[in-house]
Design a protein around this ligand. Structure first.
Ligand SMILES: CC(C)(COP(=O)(O)OP(=O)(O)OC[C@H]1O[C@@H](n2cnc3c(N)ncnc32)[C@H](O)[C@@H]1OP(=O)(O)O)[C@@H](O)C(=O)NCCC(=O)NCCS
Length: 368
């Protein structure tokens, strides 16, 4: 017998809001069950600010309740500037309440909101702790790179509801080279020296923590636009995001409100005073042993000079000095992004799972 109902969750009034605490508890329980760790744990501040509507995105937050407790959630992120035909869906049900139709009901409710808002494409991810070895019982995306396990709960759920697997992402982890590991530190130093030699004297490194210095804000915005265009999109029908200094500032305000720091490392082309490459590390609210590798981009005009390796090695070295407690850096890359993966593998990142990246066509077939 169905004893639960699906409803929008009230907008929280701050990080201590009991409803927000309950939502964070459930999203973190779903992630912990998937990953066996708290590396992806979101604090209430992080969750609150990621669900706050702004000029670039609005959010629909739905919960499944059995009268009292929250059993599952659907978070629908709806872009407002570009990509107004799309939405990104996060869906999760507490492990002990699965296979009762709660996920299906949350999915239907989220789709109704997406349709009412005129969205025709949705995206979602199914995380996996290990990418399966080739063979029967696996599923490959049209990119031909990477696999997911056909019997995974999320995969079965997505296929059952008409979603298409478009891409597989690899999650990789680098054990941060610490004092006791001279060989690992030398490895990073060697890669950096080699990259510096290739880049030559026309490039210099610039490091900052958000906010971006005003002198560089427009240029940094241009790199974000290029990032959104050049990040491999596989079959996802996506527009390029147009960034300007105001958008950069807004984004940084959100990180700050979440209690997160962004460690940015850029390479500047000195003769033209142009930002040629950047990478950034995102430090969680309540920092612990884990930080997240965020973007890395070399501008098209400056590719082929090892600037990607240069900024990444320099930022890892900086992390070692500035955040002594950090032990691991995690990063996500499309399996077909061989240039970025080559840099990460050379640096010492090891595969640690990943995700299936899915698309649902709401104007087409099979989205029951
Ligand atoms: C995916 C998830 C949301 C499903 O929630 P749920 O409440 O168990 O979903 P439902 O009970 O509505 O299941 C619907 C159908 O999905 C498929 N399915 C879901 N879990 C499955 C499992 N463990 N094994 C096989 N099939 C499964 C089945 O076809 C199921 O129908 P059935 O029970 O009649 O056979 C839940 O497993 C979860 O939170 N997983 C982690 C987060 C995640 O992967 N989210 C991404 C989803 S796109």
């Amino acid at each position: 017998m169905t004893t639960w109902s699906i409803d929008p969750l009230p907008v929280p009034d701050g990080p201590d809001d009991p409803g927000l605490r309950e939502l964070a508890h459930v999203t973190n329980a779903v992630d912990r069950e998937l990953w066996g760790s708290d590396d992806f744990r979101r604090t209430t501040r992080e969750l609150l600010e990621s669900l706050r509507d702004d000029p670039y995105e609005r959010h629909v937050v739905l919960g499944a309740r059995d009268g009292g407790a929250l059993l599952g959630y659907a978070l629908l992120h709806l872009p407002r500037r570009e990509n107004t035909h799309t939405g990104a869906l996060e869906l999760g049900v507490l492990p002990e309440h699965r296979r009762r139709g709660i996920g299906t009901a949350l999915h239907a409710a989220a789709l109704a909101h997406a349709r009412a808002d005129g969205r025709t494409r949705l995206t979602a991810s199914t995380d996996q702790r290990v990418e399966p070895a080739p063979g029967t019982g696996t599923l490959a995306p049209p990119t031909g790179e990477g696999l997911v396990a056909a019997d995974d709960a999320g995969v079965r759920f997505a296929r059952r509801h008409g979603w298409d697997l478009e891409q597989v992402a690899r999650y990789s982890v680098l054990d941060v080279p610490r004092d006791g590991d001279a060989a690992a530190r030398e490895h990073v130093a060697r890669l950096r020296a080699d990259a510096e030699a290739h880049a030559g004297p026309d490039y210099r490194l610039l490091a900052w923590s958000a906010p971006t210095p005003a002198d560089y804000a427009e240029q940094f915005a241009a790199l974000q636009t290029e990032m959104s265009a050049d990040d491999p999109h596989a079959g996802f029908e996506q527009d390029t995001q147009e960034w300007d200094a105001e958008r950069v500032r807004r984004g940084e305000q959100t990180w700050a409100a979440q209690g997160r720091a962004l460690l940015v490392m850029c390479a500047e082309h000195v003769p033209t005073r142009t930002l040629a490459a950047y990478t950034d590390l995102l430090v969680p609210d309540e920092p612990g042993e884990y930080v997240h590798q965020y973007d890395t981009l070399v501008a098209r005009a400056h590719r082929g000079r090892r600037l990607g390796m240069l900024v990444k090695t320099a930022n890892v070295q900086r992390l070692v000095d500035e955040l002594p407690a950090v032990r691991r850096i995690g990063t996500w890359n499309a399996e077909e992004n061989r240039w970025m993966l080559a840099i990460n593998v050379a640096l010492g990142f090891r595969p640690a799972g990943g995700s299936g990246e899915w698309q649902l066509r709401l104007d087409g077939r099979g989205d029951a």
